[in-house]
Design a protein around this ligand. Structure first.
Ligand code: UGA
Length: 426
């Protein structure tokens, strides 16, 4: 099938490469000329395991082409995926500027029937309004079918998630659109849920909100565990054994960040308030998450009598492992907090780059800890599991290790003479 994908961000690049891997002919449209030039040369603007290789491979097989020419893609493809950004607006509502711009550009180009499939996370009613705006601008109504087909891939495991989804949500009342999408996804073995357009839009927000809520829930439990000297990792394991609860997204720590959860929770809160609904749970989820940064700042303060006159290594800037993405990173928020308080901060992250005033960034993990009073681990990169703690203990001046992701074995650190500090980890 010929498939147009508009937008070469995380979602756009991943779905383009995977559709091409499945044998479809993909036109990925991106406005930025320089980005397209880089992509054609096999250079991708993000760190996502396996994606660069897949893009190179599918380009070589002539299954994936990058272009700045929207008209070329619209002419060639019956299926057009919207994967442009919907960043956070000033009051929490998503900024739909890129979608509005795209609608205007599509108007003169749609002269034959097209199925417009939205992957971007958009407020309830957006797909309907895309259709109405196109018709209002003169496109013939029989040429447009809009479908909401939300994506559930995670950064860091994007290709795997797209190839092995637990479900495919298709929001449309058009049987032909369902047929076309089933053909597109025929490589995938996952159940379908065919629902209304607005239902699919809502499913995406509700899914992200529920996952964020699980994280804030376990973070609240971790605070209580901390006060009663109970190990929250054991509690998470115990409750996770109940299939009604499930074991995923119960890793207590610094909280959630990234380009999705923070933005989507605010957007859903905004949407609820527009209808005079007070979304208490969404608000509590966000409040707990915001407080996590100062909670860990306080833990560090309590570990040093001479706080803030301390020199600290921070391992991790990315909002999660296996990505270079620092958008809404809780690690960066903690670094900023500690710097504001007057601590001297030395950061190491294996892939994310950071440039902050008064923060020293190191390219070597071991260099970053030399002579430091303490170590704060903010992102659970796999490599931090296999560090040589004897060497670290030899090079560090102090002995405090604040594990903001509860992922290092406290016993192991104590055996090496460190003072292990976590939340809910006696
Ligand atoms: C999230 C969803 O998981 C995807 O299903 C969705 O498609 C995506 O948003 C999106 O809307 O595009 P992502 O933001 O890439 O994916 O990352 P997650 O793995 O969900 O992690 C989000 C944050 O939660 C990270 O900061 C992570 O460190 C934190 N987290 C996750 C925890 O603190 N504890 C956990 O147990 C799990």
């Amino acid at each position: 099938m010929n498939v147009g994908v508009i937008g070469a961000g995380y979602v756009g690049l991943t779905i383009s490469a995977v559709f091409a891997k499945w044998g479809h002919d993909v036109y990925c449209v991106e406005k930025e000329y320089e980005k397209v030039k880089d992509l054609k040369a096999g250079r991708i603007p993000i760190y996502e395991p396996g994606l660069e290789e897949l893009i190179k491979e599918t380009q070589e097989k002539k299954k994936l082409i990058f272009t700045t020419d929207l008209a070329e893609a619209v002419k060639a493809c019956h299926l057009l995926f919207i994967a442009v950004g919907t960043p956070e607006g000033p009051n929490g509502e998503p900024n739909l500027g890129f979608i509005e711009q795209l609608i205007n550009e599509l108007v003169p180009l749609i002269t034959q029937p097209k199925i417009i499939v939205t992957k971007s996370t958009v407020p309830i009613g957006t797909n309907e309004s895309i259709k109405n705006k196109l018709i209002h601008a003169g496109v013939q109504s029989q040429f447009i079918t809009v479908v909401s087909n939300p994506e559930f891939l995670r950064e860091g495991t994007a290709i795997h998630d797209m190839c092995h989804p637990d479900k495919i949500i298709i929001g449309t009342d058009q049987a032909e659109a369902v047929k076309q999408l089933k053909e597109l996804y025929k490589e995938i073995n996952a159940p379908y849920l065919i629902t209304s357009v607005a239902g699919a839009e809502m499913i995406k927000y509700a899914a992200n909100s529920f996952l964020a809520m699980k994280i804030s829930f376990i973070n609240e439990i971790a605070r209580i565990c901390d006060a009663y000297h109970v190990d929250v990792t054991e509690v998470a394991k115990g409750i996770g054994m109940d299939p009604r609860i499930g074991s995923s997204f119960l890793q207590a720590g610094l909280g959630y960040g990234g380009s999705c959860f923070p933005k989507d929770l605010k957007a859903l809160e905004y949407a609820a308030k527009q209808k005079q609904i007070d979304p208490h749970l969404l608000q509590a989820t966000q409040l707990i998450n915001d407080e996590q940064v100062s909670l860990y700042g306080q833990k560090l303060k309590e570990s040093f009598p001479n706080f803030p006159d301390i020199s600290i290594a921070v391992w991790g800037a990315a909002f999660k492992p296996n990505t270079d993405d620092i958008r809404n990173s809780q690690a960066v928020k903690l670094i900023n907090l500690l710097t504001r308080k007057g601590c001297r901060i030395h950061v190491y992250d294996p892939v994310a780059s950071l440039s902050l005033q008064d923060v020293t960034v190191h390219s070597s993990m071991y260099e970053s800890i030399k002579g430091r009073d303490g170590l704060v681990i903010t992102t659970e990169w796999e490599m931090f599991h296999t560090v040589d703690w004897t060497l670290i203990s030899h090079w560090m001046k102090g002995k405090v290790v604040l594990d903001c992701r509860n992922f290092i074995d406290p016993l192991l650190l104590r055996e090496h003479g460190f003072e292990y500090v976590g939340v809910g980890r006696p």
